[in-house]
Design a protein. Structure first.
Length: 415
């Protein structure tokens, strides 16, 4: 492992020091998949198990998952989160939706709002947007025209209030009609019509993500049916992916890297399924694995009576390593809590930061793409593979795998 355990303080004694340079690699531009393949499941699949690498295709995945497995995927749906406005001077202002602020922070609720909403955003060309100036855009929608207005209410935190002139239309409809697909910046191209469907998983359902859970892009309805026929159970969580997933690590100490809060929704039925399949869970994508591990730590917090708010701070797992409950004990605590508060769906958030030194609790395997050098996601992969992460990535490059969001896939088993 490329880390040194450093005694920073008594509280942080279990947090390892990471040399980020050890998790860099050279990614040639031509290895970045700029467009998706014609068929979702025709992507290559690197299978890593018991220190051995096998090269297959994604359509082989049904024969790789044991019949008693539970496949857990993220059913979030990408919204066209990039909104473009034109000032009267002609200047272009680009507003990228990040996190809802008001009248609610719960993403499904704010997407259905039919009155003004406020979001934390990123703003391109913000210097050209004057204080007090209201930007307006005309949106064709179902044989009529809607006027969408944007008002900058807090320049420092980039909070923007959106309003529109039709009380019968929900915010999600406004965004769907006017926004652009928020492709990752490393694709370095404008979205095309194909991206509207291909930058969504076939099981996407809950609007609110500003980036796709890309490991799921390889699945087809046929693959999901084959898995079901093979006895592989399927369950879903919702983690609304934030733009923080693309944020490079710039901090000298990686523990100073800001992990954006991402909202999680999980049903009581899902928790029951997790309990029934202890040790047999395979996560589809880094967002699903972060959701499952965050749930474990929320259960720990409930057992310790620390809080009833479903929130996992980014370094909590490294600060709390003593006398940990079993996975099922943790999930059972969540189930009891949901029954006590009479909720069928639990809503919370996580900042969990998974890097070498972390011990996985809830998950046995991970389906994932190949990630950017020196990113938080490469650190997460290295937590599964140890030193062998570099061998896996070098092998994928040598075999001409396609990398990043529209790239090829892997199935990695946690020893």
């Amino acid at each position: 492992m490329n880390y040194i355990c450093a005694r920073i303080s008594k509280k942080f004694m279990d947090i390892p020091t990471i040399d980020l340079k050890a998790y860099e690699y050279t990614l040639p531009e031509e290895r970045i998949a700029k467009f998706p393949l014609e068929k979702r499941d025709s992507s290559k699949l690197l299978h890593f198990k018991n220190h051995k690498i096998e090269h297959l295709h994604f359509y082989d995945i049904p024969k790789l998952l044991p019949s008693d497995s539970l496949l857990v995927y993220n059913n979030t749906k990408v919204i066209p989160a990039r909104l473009i406005f034109q000032r009267e001077t002609g200047a272009r202002i680009e507003i990228f939706l990040l996190q809802p602020i008001a009248p609610t922070t719960v993403i499904p609720e704010i997407m259905l709002a039919k009155h003004p909403v406020t979001w934390e955003t990123m703003i391109g060309n913000a210097k050209k947007w004057k204080d007090g100036e209201i930007l307006k855009g005309k949106i064709p929608y179902q044989r009529k025209e809607i006027i969408l207005s944007a008002k900058l209410i807090d320049r420092e935190s980039k909070q923007v209030e959106f309003s529109w002139n039709d009380a019968d239309v929900a915010f999600v409809d406004v965004v769907e009609a006017s926004g652009e697909v928020p492709l990752p910046p490393y694709l370095n191209r404008k979205p095309v019509e194909e991206d509207k469907t291909r930058y969504q998983t076939v099981y996407s359902e809950k609007e609110g993500a500003v980036a796709a859970p890309t490991a799921g892009l390889h699945f087809t309805d046929e693959i999901l049916k084959q898995l079901k026929d093979n006895g592989v159970k399927q369950e879903q969580v919702t983690l609304h992916v934030s733009a923080g997933t693309f944020q490079p690590i710039k901090a000298e100490k990686i523990t100073d890297h800001p992990m954006h809060r991402e909202q999680i929704h999980v049903s009581k039925k899902a928790i029951q399924n997790f309990i029934a399949h202890e040790g047999k869970i395979v996560a589809v994508g880094t967002t699903s694995i972060r959701s499952l591990e965050s749930l474990y730590w929320f259960g720990v917090r409930l057992i310790r009576k620390e809080t009833e708010e479903f929130f996992v701070p980014k370094l909590y797992p490294y600060e709390n390593t003593q006398n940990l409950p079993t996975v099922n004990s943790s999930f059972e605590a969540i189930l009891s809590f949901m029954e006590e508060i009479d909720k069928d769906v639990l809503v919370g958030s996580t900042e969990i930061f998974i890097f070498p030194g972390y011990q996985y609790k809830a998950v046995k395997g991970l389906i994932t793409n190949f990630h950017q050098p020196g990113s938080t996601l490469v650190l997460l992969i290295a937590t599964i593979l140890g030193e062998e992460w570099k061998k896996v990535y070098e092998e994928a490059l040598a075999k001409e795998y396609r990398f990043l969001s529209y790239g090829d896939s892997s199935l990695l088993w946690i020893s």
